[in-house]
Ligand binder design. Sequence first.
Ligand code: SF4
Ligand code: SF4
Length: 103
Amino acid sequence: MTARAHCSRCDALCCRLTVVIFPEDNVPAHLTDTTDQGVTVMARDADGWCVALNGARMNCGIYETRPSICRKFAMAGPYCLDVRAEADKAARALQALPIRVVA
Ligand code: SF4
Ligand code: SF4
């Protein structure tokens, strides 16, 4: 299934990863965060997605100026396939949970 990975059939899973900002990136400061280790990263919302994600369209809201690490993330590339496989595994594990009826 992951071999046919395509962004049009994906919930922007890669936009839930930690995105490190490099000095050459030109990302507005209000979209960034600083980790406890002092690394500048894209900020994430309460659900874990990058705050630059356009949630209605599930695409990047700053596509033209997205960070260099995002530009290098290839659709159907090894990291893409990894993150999709992890998400599939997590979804299958959830489906396998027994249903508990609370009286
Ligand atoms: S690059 Fe891969 S993980 Fe990211 S949105 Fe596209 S298909 Fe999903
Ligand atoms: S900057 Fe854009 S492409 Fe990069 S993680 Fe955020 S929403 Fe995704």
